[in-house]
Design a protein around this ligand. Structure first.
Ligand SMILES: O=c1ccn([C@@H]2O[C@H](COP(=O)(O)OP(=O)(O)O[C@H]3O[C@H](CO)[C@@H](O)[C@H](O)[C@H]3O)[C@@H](O)[C@H]2O)c(=O)[nH]1
Length: 492
């Protein structure tokens, strides 16, 4: 007996065919609906993950803006859109082409120029007091633009602690970003717990001065970074503001565990919130957040110098230096016979513009002066063999990443901590202590650039460079810290 194809399928009459057609149609519809719904949900999740915003609040100084923008770029590459909330001066401009970045202005109540007249501590007090409500307005505008669920997190520079109030009011998670070292952050925590009167007495006691700060060996009490910060009571008040009133859920630090593992452990124990050491951020960054125009002619000058022969001198974006010291340095550099590339920022040598004639003569023979250099590129140049630095944390990291040994001339605050680490912990540099005199400058430069001691420091610098670079590669500690931070932010 022969069977029709329908009968093979167990279907024997037209009614059954109709029923089955309907069932199939309903099933197909249901399937399509489900698929569309899943796709839509997926798209929605993707959009949510990709487009959710992180608001960054940098402190308006180059050494703080640069790492914050680099952090923004790292998070942007992980799918977040970035809004940078900044004051009216020392702004990174949107014309610097940061794709995926939005810039919003916090109407400024305290001009940055008051940093110099008031001193850092009073400036910070005033800035934080007066910015709270304008920042709340800023956040409320951002939320109105794209809905209440749009902001995943506010990441603020530890000095911009006014940001907390807005985070609390709008129930947005907040994370602190420390642009200095983990050791500096840990010292800030120690200082925030100190009693001014007791500390002032203790610090007069020679035994106490030499006491190691718990968990922060080799730092002694005398090394705690309080100098150059104005009256101690006001400085400790700022430390308390920064640490004690914090409701942030975690801390990001531009460092890596192979540089500061014990300080990081101490911080984790004390703060009891996650700490993400995900630096050095500049290694993977391609953004230019320079506030001053870089003079690239120095690269051409470097191209003409011998390998590892040049000493690069830069004191960062804030420091000032007296004319007398500039001249002693110039003579010392000249007498060392080494070629030198020197950054002298406009206004950084008060009362000496144009620069003294005597200096120009010496420089024309052995050196080159620029107002602002492409520093990372300079340090990576094969002709550069040493860095005379004020030991700002960014400069320290940039030098380590290029394997360049340093002469440390810390000027204030935490720069002294960085210098201690460079000289005594990583052993990749020497400290220049005391008054700057030409003979001392000459000896220091020769030691670093020509002596066996300098060669040993160069060797150590190169090995440290490899460790630090490995930490940002896949599977490295900083790489993992960034991944963990991103996971955390995605759940917010
Ligand atoms: O000609 C120059 C000179 C400097 N830089 C860059 O400017 C930044 C300077 O930063 P840093 O070395 O940290 O020094 P400061 O500008 O002094 O930074 C402030 O902020 C740092 C981070 O919190 C602190 O460690 C310092 O003590 C504090 O003074 C670095 O990225 C340099 O590459 C240039 O691009 N060109």
């Amino acid at each position: 007996m022969s069977h029709s194809p329908l009968e093979y399928c167990g279907i024997s009459n037209a009614n059954e065919i109709l029923i089955i057609t309907w069932i199939t149609y309903i099933e197909m519809y249901a399937l399509t609906y489900e698929r569309r719904a899943t796709e839509k949900k997926g798209q929605a999740m993707e959009t949510r993950e990709e487009k959710r915003r992180i608001v960054l609040v940098p402190f308006p100084a180059q050494g703080h803006i640069t790492p914050m923008i680099q952090l923004g770029q790292a998070l942007n590459l992980k799918g977040f859109s970035i809004a940078v909330a900044q004051g009216e001066s020392n702004k990174v401009s949107s014309s610097q082409h940061f794709p995926g970045f939005q810039f919003v202005t916090i109407p400024e109540s305290v001009p940055v120029s008051q940093h110099e007249t008031l001193g850092l501590v009073e400036f910070l007090m005033k800035l934080n007091k007066t910015s709270e409500s304008s920042f709340k307005n800023c956040i409320s505008h951002l939320l109105l633009q794209q809905g209440n669920d749009d902001i995943a997190c506010i990441i603020y520079d530890e000095l911009m602690y006014f940001s907390e109030a807005a985070a609390k009011e709008f129930k947005i998670p907040s994370v602190v970003f420390s642009t200095g070292s983990a050791t500096n952050h840990a010292c800030g925590y120690v200082l925030s717990k100190l009693n001014v009167e007791n500390f002032l007495l203790d610090i007069e006691d020679p035994e106490m001065q030499e006491k190691v700060v718990d968990g922060l060996d080799p730092l002694r009490y005398k090394d705690l970074p309080v100098s150059g910060m104005g009256p101690l009571d006001r400085f400790l008040e700022i430390c308390r503001e920064v640490f004690n009133k914090r409701t942030a859920s975690s801390v990001i630090i531009n460092t890596t565990s192979c540089l500061e593992s014990s300080s990081l452990s101490r911080l984790e124990q004390e703060l009891k919130i996650p700490v993400y050491p995900l630096g050095p951020l500049h290694i993977k960054s391609s953004v230019d957040s320079s506030l001053l125009e870089e003079d690239r002619s120095c690269i051409e000058w470097l191209n003409k110098q011998k390998s590892k022969s040049v000493i690069y001198i830069s004191l960062g974006s804030i420091a000032h230096i007296e004319t007398k010291e500039v001249l002693e340095m110039a003579w010392g550099l000249y007498d060392s016979n080494q070629p030198f590339l020197w950054v002298i920022r406009p206004g950084s040598v008060p009362g000496s513009e144009p620069l003294p004639e005597e200096l120009s003569k010496m420089v024309s023979e052995r050196g080159y002066i620029v107002k602002w250099a492409p520093q990372s590129e300079v340090l990576a140049h094969p002709s550069v063999g040493g860095f005379w630095s004020h030991c700002g944390w960014n400069s320290t990291l940039e030098s380590i990443v290029e394997g360049v040994p340093m002469i440390c001339r810390p000027l204030n605050g935490e720069q002294k901590l960085n210098a201690i680490y460079i000289e005594r912990v990583w052993r990749i540099g020497i400290q220049f202590k005391g008054e700057v005199k030409r003979g001392g400058v000459e000896r220091a430069v020769k030691k670093l650039m020509m002596d066996d001691e300098g060669a040993y420091m160069r060797k150590r610098s190169l090995s440290l460079k490899e460790k630090v670079k490995a930490s940002v590669r896949s599977g490295g500690s900083s790489y993992n810290a960034l991944e963990e931070l991103v996971e955390y932010l995605k759940t917010k």
